[in-house]
Design a protein around this ligand. Structure first.
Ligand SMILES: [Zn+2]
Length: 106
């Protein structure tokens, strides 16, 4: 499995430490990180945003901001988008898990 490129800075809910950890996807398709201090597994979906409608998604594509990871569910397919350095990269997926796996590699 390719390495994750998405790192989150969080306060660990178990030990209270500040941790900087990579997001990974478990075999059920849930994104999580492992606290670098106590090793606890924390499920986390706060590292990407979901545009709520077509208009919001198109606005994002057009303005290419804010930077970040995005997941848009059209109802038919899932579109992943990454905005970085004024560039946008998008790809369509049949399901959310494949989209999340693609997102963490970017
Ligand atoms: Zn911890």
């Amino acid at each position: 499995m390719p390495d994750s490129m998405v790192t989150v800075k969080r306060k660990c809910p178990a030990c209270g430490c500040d941790t900087e950890s990579k997001i990974r996807i478990d075999r059920h398709g849930n994104p999580y990180y492992v606290c670098e201090n106590c090793g606890v597994v924390v499920y986390d979906r706060n590292w990407y945003l979901c545009p709520v409608n077509e208009w919001q998604f198109q606005k994002l594509m057009l303005e290419k901001k804010p930077e970040g990871h995005f997941l848009y569910d059209t109802g038919i397919e899932i579109i992943g988008a990454v905005i970085k350095d004024g560039e946008i990269e998008t790809e369509e997926f049949p399901d959310e898990v494949e989209c999340l796996s693609w997102l963490i590699e970017r």
